[in-house]
Design a binder for this molecule. Structure first.
Ligand code: NAD
Ligand code: MG
Length: 425
């Protein structure tokens, strides 16, 4: 059995020492890639909060990226300026949304010089590698986050990882590059943060990781009901407010499948050491079973500001904006077995975690395409996982793919998924 430790996932966020010459607090420069998303905006809030309450550090939003929601990027920038920490660098990852001239005009009003405004996906990679950056928050959704997350890992950064797709696509490569560079992955996904916290509390060998799943909006739905589910109902998550892609992933339970694969790489365990249980209240974020059968759980009301903050401040725990337990209320915490028949995505997740190699890249790309098609009402809800299964079946498996092979397969899978979807229509 693999011995799971926190050493390979974690490096202390408090390693920076005070600068006696400046007599000021040590800066933690944070690059938030995907700053305008659900995780990105929560991270900007956490940074503002830490600056108000952390006596040991100054937290600087050093770089912030937005893809298309530029109003939000402007709001985040202004809020950081209000806290006295304007981002040094703004990244417009989709250069078709704003020309450099318009960006200079719009952000020049806030004092930005054109050289602080960067454009295109390569600007994400530059920021992830930049020597001034201490922590990269990987908060871009989907495979689009791969290159910048990998660049941060190769540069030996502390990487607060929300973008689970990077590990799903290229988990083996990420682990290899971490070993070479000394980079540390700090889990942001609430389940993986919970496991990390439980492991950190007990230095003992681990027997099993138990991921909890809310079950999403169709936890009690029949296959027939799911077959006819519309995007509006799939987007109604009972416990979490998140971006659209992950919300659909939660409804199919593909999100849990991606998290099984994420846990396999993040904690370097075998698929057989991972289990999933359904916990509709989303209070127990995950559990760890130790050698003696004892199980530790991490619990808190569902709010991503807690795992984001913990990733930044580990091993310190500081007051957090996320709500604490209301002890005046009755709390019913239930656990039920996951239904692998009604949610075949889970079987797929275990299968991919077992195979490794190219399987994750193929399923991830197929899923991204299928989610888009479902949101455009081109395929049925239950077709999402069918498309992923069929695309996986038709690919030629490679155990030790290079990065270029994975990127090639990502493209191939997108076309193959379109083809499979057309056959299902
Ligand atoms: P979101 O859709 O709210 O935000 C996505 C961010 O990525 C935005 O800033 C957007 O501008 C940027 N983006 C989109 N396409 C891009 C592209 N092609 N290139 C560069 N940037 C692009 O998503 P989210 O819910 O914040 O999720 C972000 C990541 O975090 C996902 O990998 C998700 O699985 C993971 N995650 C999210 C939550 C949550 O509570 N939202 C929880 C755990 C993990
Ligand atoms: Mg999660």
């Amino acid at each position: 059995m693999t011995k799971i430790t926190t050493e390979n996932t974690v490096k202390s966020a408090t390693s920076a020492s005070p600068d006696p010459q400046r007599g000021s607090l040590p800066h933690q420069n944070v690059a938030v890639l995907g700053a305008t998303g659900s995780i990105g905006t929560a991270t900007a809030e956490v940074i503002g909060h830490l600056n108000r309450i952390d006596p040991n550090h100054r937290w600087k939003l050093w770089a912030a990226s937005g893809h298309s929601n530029l109003d939000l990027l402007e709001q985040i920038t202004c809020a950081a300026m209000g806290d006295g920490e304007a981002p040094e660098r703004l990244i417009f990852s989709d250069p078709t949304c704003l020309s450099p001239a318009h960006a200079a005009q719009r952000f020049g009003r806030h004092g930005y010089q054109p050289e602080s405004l960067k454009f295109g996906p390569e600007a994400l990679v530059d920021a992830a590698r930049h020597e001034s950056v201490d922590v990269v928050v990987a908060a871009i959704v989907g495979r689009a986050g791969l290159e910048s997350t990998l660049a941060a890992v190769e540069s030996g950064k502390r990487v607060a990882l929300a973008n689970k797709e990077t590990l799903v696509v290229a988990g083996g490569l990420v682990r290899q590059r971490m070993t070479q560079s000394g980079a540390k992955l700090l889990p942001v996904d609430s389940e993986h943060s919970a496991i990390w916290q439980c492991i950190a509390e007990s230095k003992s060998p681990v027997r099993r990781l138990i991921l909890t799943a809310s079950g999403g909006p169709f936890r009690t739905a029949s296959r027939d009901e799911m077959e006819n589910a519309r995007p509006e109902s799939a987007l109604e998550h009972p416990t979490w407010q998140m971006g659209r892609k992950i919300t659909i992933d939660s409804a199919t339970m593909m999100n849990k499948a991606l998290e099984i694969i994420e846990a396999r790489w993040l904690f370097d365990v075998s698929a057989d050491q991972i289990e999933v249980v359904v916990h509709p209240q989303s209070i127990i974020h995950s559990m760890v079973e130790f050698e003696d059968g004892s199980v530790l759980a991490q619990m808190s009301p569902p709010d991503m500001r807690l795992p984001i903050q913990y990733a930044l401040t580990h091993p310190r725990r500081l007051p957090c904006q996320a709500p604490a337990f209301d002890r005046t209320q009755r709390w019913d915490l239930t656990l039920e077995p996951a239904d692998l028949e009604r949610f075949p995505a889970l079987q797929l997740g275990f299968q991919v975690a077992r195979s490794g190699g190219t399987a994750g890249a193929v399923v991830n790309a197929a899923n991204e395409v299928a989610v888009g098609l479902f949101l455009d009402e081109q395929i049925r809800f239950t077709d999402i996982v069918r498309v992923c299964q069929k695309t996986l079946e038709s690919h030629t498996f490679d155990d030790q793919p290079t990065l270029s092979r994975l990127l090639e397969l990502d493209q191939w899978s997108r076309q193959e998924a379109q083809r499979c979807a057309a056959l299902l229509r």
